[in-house]
Design a protein around this ligand. Structure first.
Ligand SMILES: NC(=O)c1ccc[n+]([C@@H]2O[C@H](COP(=O)([O-])OP(=O)(O)OC[C@H]3O[C@@H](n4cnc5c(N)ncnc54)[C@H](O)[C@@H]3O)[C@@H](O)[C@H]2O)c1
Length: 316
């Protein structure tokens, strides 16, 4: 009898979280077709980016996978083509932590693509345990998750405007609520830990969304920030080994799949009911209340101005 009770309890522990997740996860209900439209997804060879690109491919879009590694990107392209039957899938190499690589990527897109209706700024890393810097002395997490996407978006803005109505989706995370952005130390030189680096980069994505939506008012380009929930992806593999293993085990029961996690980004990219909601933050395919710093237009403006300088945006 005790054995039977233990088995029942174990089954409930395994099944209940999944049932609960099924109830709370937002699902994109739009069946919008993307034929004739072009979408770029950064970090699309795996995880949430791959799932997002797959959804766009199923809806018949031309999809450009913007990836760091050509070999992995090529495999992802072939897998999406095979799964969906959509052959209009391609890739281009980008390292979002390297501003020169971002410029090269944007230049290729501007030269080769006639229009661009959807840009999903998804690529991201968890902050490394110790502070790392790029060749240009930028903190790696801020460079990869935020500055590279700030520059990429700005370089592609004319193409997005020309292709209006178009949409930009900035992938953030719920952890952006747990931090205050320190504008005097955006490269985290004075104080670093992996949580601060990651949360700051994700709050920067939310503030970037707010300021960009203001600047794009009435220009036919909408911009949204989204949080995907906690998702079973390679993201946690880069944590220190013990943490990574703990997340892997917990993830089997409590985390959502990449397809489930991608729903809010896809919703903001395709659904009609987000039209007119540019600048808002979304989770579970619905608007979320902004955190205190995200409501502060002054911080968003100052971040923009510093980002312009750091990325050399006005030096073109
Ligand atoms: N997994 C989660 O629970 C979770 C939760 C909230 C937010 N997010 C965010 O979702 C996004 C996708 O993460 P994921 O969970 O799919 O992780 P993942 O590790 O599976 O995928 C990340 C992708 O980003 C790419 N990438 C990393 N550094 C890059 C660089 N310098 N240049 C270009 N591409 C680069 C990787 O190659 C990979 O394709 C990230 O921005 C992450 O912060 C994830």
């Amino acid at each position: 009898m005790e054995m039977l009770i233990s088995v029942v309890i174990a089954c409930l522990i395994a099944v209940l979280p999944k049932l609960y997740m099924k109830l709370i996860i937002g699902v994109c209900k739009s069946n919008a077709d993307l034929s004739g439209k072009t979408a770029i997804v950064t970090g699309a060879n795996t995880g949430l980016g791959y799932a997002t690109a797959l959804c766009f491919a199923r809806r018949h879009a031309r999809v450009i996978l913007a990836c760091q590694n050509a070999e992995k990107a090529e495999k992802a392209v072939m897998k999406i083509q095979k799964t969906t039957g959509n052959q209009n899938i391609t890739y281009k190499v980008i390292d979002t932590s390297d501003l020169a690589s971002v410029r090269k990527f944007a230049q290729q897109i501007i030269q080769e693509e006639k229009h661009l209706e959807i840009l999903v700024n998804n690529a991201g890393i968890a902050g490394p345990f110790r502070r790392h810097t790029t060749k240009k002395n930028m903190e790696l997490t801020m460079a990869t998750n935020y500055f590279g996407h700030f520059l990429l978006t700005n370089l592609l803005l004319d193409l997005l405007k020309k292709s209006s109505p178009s949409r930009i989706i900035n992938v953030s995370s719920s952890v952006h609520r747990w931090i205050k952005l320190d504008l005097s130390d955006l490269m985290l030189k004075n104080f670093y830990n992996m949580h601060k680096a990651y949360a700051s980069s994700k709050l920067a994505m939310v503030l970037f969304t707010k300021e960009l939506s203001k600047r794009l008012k009435d220009q036919g380009v909408s911009v949204y920030s989204v949080e995907p929930g906690t998702v079973r992806t390679d993201f946690f593999n880069k944590f220190p080994p013990v943490m990574s293993e703990i997340f892997r085990v917990i993830g089997v029961f409590y985390f959502r799949s990449p397809e489930e996690g991608a729903q809010t980004a896809v919703h903001c990219a395709v659904a009609d009911d987000v039209i007119g909601l540019s600048g808002h933050h979304f989770a579970e395919c619905a608007i979320m209340e902004d955190c205190a710093q995200a409501k502060d237009a002054g911080i968003a403006k100052k971040l923009w101005e510093q980002s312009e300088q750091i990325c050399g945006l006005n030096e073109n």
